[in-house]
Structures are given as structure tokens and as C-alpha cells.
Design a protein around this ligand. Structure first.
Ligand SMILES: [Mg+2]
Ligand SMILES: [Zn+2]
Length: 228
């Protein structure tokens, strides 16, 4: 395998989880499945940006009793499907000295078990936490926004990205949704699908569409990449 990099900067990948590594959005699937009264109102207020992602997700999970913990874990794990080519992509990155961080707005109880087979070091996985010790499910936020972000992200992707300055790193973001957009604006290279593609088009951000991780490998190998 070759890695004909355009710069001598170290490549680093910030890869979303829900709708990117997995085919579906696990939070939405989970909430829809258990269907607690009131979730739809919270979801639409979150989509309308009336509530921040953190508030929206926190409130939706609070509708689910902690006693359902095992059911929630079982449902998410058995329901999720990994997008084609993910393991091959990890191998490609390893072979080319490209660091991969998973930057996910998902929750630990499904993110870690679903990533378990891929051997990604735990410290390279950033996601939200969960606490089932009170009557209602409580989401924990170990990776909040820094002083540069006022979006109340919950898990703040741009905060993680800022630890890898553009002066030293060529920063690649892979994502699918509006929650990846702030990161896409900062990144050198954007791989997008779905809503993230629409948003990039709308605002004129150069992007590379993908459907599977094989598409991303091919583009990176051939250096057929639109750069921001
Ligand atoms: Mg996503
Ligand atoms: Zn943020």
C-alpha cells in the first residue's frame, strides 16, 4: 500500500459512530423502539435547535427507567450493523501510520461493545457516558465543549479536534449528519454522506461522498480527494 501524502503533516482521522461506523443511528433506533411518551416532542425541539444536542439527548434518556438497562444494551447491540469496509479501513490506516479517533455523540453502553471486535484502544474512543444508579437513565458528558464552542454539544467533536492543530496534522473527518458539520468546517478533508453532504453542498464546503469505508480507502489511496 502506498501513502502519497500531499504534506508532511501527520494524518489523523476523526470518525463519527452513529450513521457512519454503524449503518443506522443507534440513539434514534433505541428511543423509537422503547417509545417512551414525550420523546417525539423532545426530538423535534432538538432538530429545530430549540434544545441543544446535550439537552435533547439527556432529556430523551431520562424518559427511560434505569431498570431497562439490560434491555437497552441488548437492543442496541443486536440491532446495529457495522458499515462495510470498516475493519479494512482500520487496517489501511494502521499500515499507513494514520491515527484514527472515534468521535461519537453516542453512548458508552453501545459504542464500546460494538467497537470491541476492532481492537481500537479505549483512549481513542470519545463518546458520552451513562449512569443507571438513579430511577431514570442519566447520560454523562465526559467530553464537554471547550471555550471555543458554545453549541452545548454534549460530546464536543471540535474540542477534540483542536487538540490536533492544523499546523501539525492533516485532519480528516468522516461523518453523516449536521452534528459533524462544525468539525467539517475545521477539517482539511471531509468524507460525508447523507445530511452532512447536503449541509456541505449548501454552504460550499468541499467534501468527498462515501457509502462504504472502501470508498474512503480508494479515495485516500489514489489521493482523489477534495481538500478544503
Ligand atoms: Mg452520525
Ligand atoms: Zn461543542
Amino acid at each position: 500500500m502506498s501513502n502519497k501524502q500531499r504534506t508532511d503533516k501527520k494524518r489523523i482521522v476523526f470518525c463519527d459512530f452513529d450513521g457512519t461506523i454503524t449503518v443506522n443511528d443507534n440513539i434514534i433506533a433505541l428511543i423509537k423502539h422503547f417509545n417512551p411518551p414525550g420523546w417525539e416532542d423532545i426530538a423535534s425541539r432538538t432538530i429545530a435547535t430549540e434544545l441543544s444536542i446535550k439537552e435533547g439527548v439527556g432529556r430523551m434518556f431520562r424518559l427511560l427507567p434505569s431498570s431497562m438497562k439490560e434491555e437497552m444494551i441488548q437492543y442496541s447491540i443486536s440491532n446495529a450493523r457495522i458499515r462495510e469496509g470498516f475493519q479494512t479501513f482500520l487496517n489501511y490506516c494502521k499500515g499507513n501510520d494514520i491515527q484514527v479517533l472515534v468521535t461519537s455523540g453516542g453512548i458508552d453502553f453501545f459504542v464500546f461493545p460494538l467497537l470491541e471486535p476492532f481492537g481500537i484502544p479505549k483512549e481513542h474512543i470519545f463518546c458520552n457516558g451513562s449512569d443507571f444508579s438513579s430511577p431514570q437513565t442519566e447520560i454523562l458528558w465526559p467530553h464537554p465543549c471547550d471555550d471555543h464552542c458554545a453549541n452545548d454539544c454534549g460530546m464536543c467533536k471540535t474540542t477534540i479536534m483542536r487538540r490536533y492543530p492544523a499546523s501539525k496534522y492533516e485532519r480528516i473527518i468522516i461523518g453523516d449528519s449536521v452534528t459533524d458539520f462544525e468539525g467539517a468546517k475545521q477539517a482539511d478533508i471531509v468524507f460525508s454522506r447523507s445530511h452532512l453532504t447536503e449541509k456541505c453542498r449548501e454552504l460550499g464546503i468541499p467534501h468527498n461522498e462515501y457509502e462504504t469505508f472502501h470508498d474512503i480507502i480508494h479515495a485516500m489511496e489514489a489521493e482523489r480527494i477534495n481538500v478544503t
